[in-house]
Design a binder for this molecule. Structure first.
Ligand SMILES: Nc1ncnc2c1ncn2[C@@H]1O[C@H](COP(=O)(O)OP(=O)(O)O)[C@@H](O)[C@H]1O
Ligand SMILES: [Mg+2]
Length: 363
């Protein structure tokens, strides 16, 4: 059989300690070959050390995976004393991506590159405030954000029936979340000896009752946090539900509901929530349509090529709120949906239609 010449190289940049997406992606190497792509994987360390791999095509599509090594060594490291998800996280993360972009462009100065996603956005969209401002700008529905710094004010609001989610401004994976209603305050931070402590692991952030612990709340309100009105999601068989949507080049690749017991605070899969594609058929078609439409709007208006967007429908299953926009979301289980395969296919389709826009590295 005649081997066709490959016209584009997929360059996957990640870390080997990434047990999820980078690994799943690398396993599909052969699928990329089947669609006429060369495939090269490298970790951030090697790339930073200048050990860039040989690439034989003029065009490169760079897939960026979460830089676990750097993150665990320099950002969320063992001796880190601050509270999870604060401004220092962002400062270092911005520097990391800036550095990465400069280096990559230098190594591949003679190539045409397409980043998935843009390194600058990888850093900037870690900021939940920035995301929220953008959603606002484009009139994409989201639950209301409050700027409250005084405990008195927040308690007044709780007494009037408001319920809030407090989230670290630069956090993810459901870590450091606090829920407040008038008689029920829960947090998955550890609050011990009058100090807010962050767990040093990605999993097992358990919620504890902190109702009425004013000192805790007073401290938390001084941190980099976002306060958002809680959305009451529909309950199905004792489970609360939200919806994860994967978009790629402004197309919905996959959508599935996530659920957790109704008395739990979050639905994050990394903290015990479950993906349940079967639930999709119990949700109104009109709602699913709306969810898809808003997700595409998020990806196109915010310029995110590959996104995992979380949307919570209101109890009435009519209105909805975009809750979280992720540039490094986990991938679905392969036997449920092979997202890598579907991205490979989509890339080939787009390229055949001349719809992939590469940029000269040195331009
Ligand atoms: N306003 C809200 N109303 C209801 N549930 C929320 C709200 N905000 C967050 N949650 C719950 O908390 C989880 C984590 O919040 P999210 O904004 O996605 O932060 P993270 O980046 O840590 O995933 C969500 O998946 C959802 O289950
Ligand atoms: Mg989330």
């Amino acid at each position: 059989m005649k081997k066709t010449k490959k016209d584009i190289t997929i360059l996957a940049v990640g870390d080997n300690s990434d047990y999820d997406t980078f690994k799943k992606f690398n396993k599909e190497k052969r699928i990329f070959a089947g669609y006429g792509f060369d495939y090269v994987a490298i970790d951030y360390q090697r790339l930073f050390e200048g050990k860039a791999p040989q690439i034989n095509t003029d065009k490169i599509i760079v897939f960026l995976f979460f830089p676990f090594y750097y993150w665990n060594k320099y950002i969320e490291h063992k001796n880190y004393k601050g509270v999870y998800g604060n401004h220092n996280f962002q400062r270092k993360f911005l520097r990391f991506w800036d550095n990465f972009e400069k280096k990559t462009k230098r190594y591949f100065a003679d190539k045409e590159i397409l980043f998935i996603n843009e390194p600058r956005l990888c850093a900037e969209y870690r900021d939940k405030f920035r995301i929220s401002r953008r959603l606002d700008k484009f009139k994409i529905p989201q639950s209301r954000i409050y700027k409250i710094t005084s405990i008195k004010e927040i308690k007044n609001k709780l007494a009037k029936g408001h319920q809030f989610f407090l989230k670290p401004r630069y956090g993810s994976m459901g870590k450091g979340i606090t829920f407040l209603s008038q008689f029920d305050w829960r947090t998955n931070f550890i609050y011990k000896d009058n100090r807010i402590i962050s767990k040093r692991s990605d999993h097992g952030w358990k919620f504890k009752d902190v109702t009425g612990q004013n000192d805790f709340l007073r401290q938390l309100l001084k941190k980099d946090i976002l306060i958002q009105e809680a959305v009451e999601s529909p309950i199905y068989k004792g489970n609360k539900i939200d919806i994860r949507v994967y978009t790629f080049f402004n197309k919905v690749l996959y959508i599935y509901p996530r659920r957790n017991k109704a008395d739990r605070v979050t639905t994050n899969i990394s903290q015990g929530g479950q993906g349940d594609p079967g639930l999709l058929k119990f949700l109104p078609v009109s709602l699913i349509k709306k969810v898809k439409r808003e997700a595409i709007k998020v990806s196109s208006r915010l310029g995110i090529t590959l996104a995992g967007i979380d949307i919570i429908p209101e109890h009435n299953c009519k209105d909805l709120h975009v809750i979280d926009v992720n540039l490094f979301s986990g991938f679905p289980k392969r036997r449920r949906f092979n997202i890598t395969q579907s991205m490979a296919k989509e890339l080939r389709r787009l390229h055949n239609k001349d719809k992939l826009h590469f940029r000269k590295s040195n331009g």
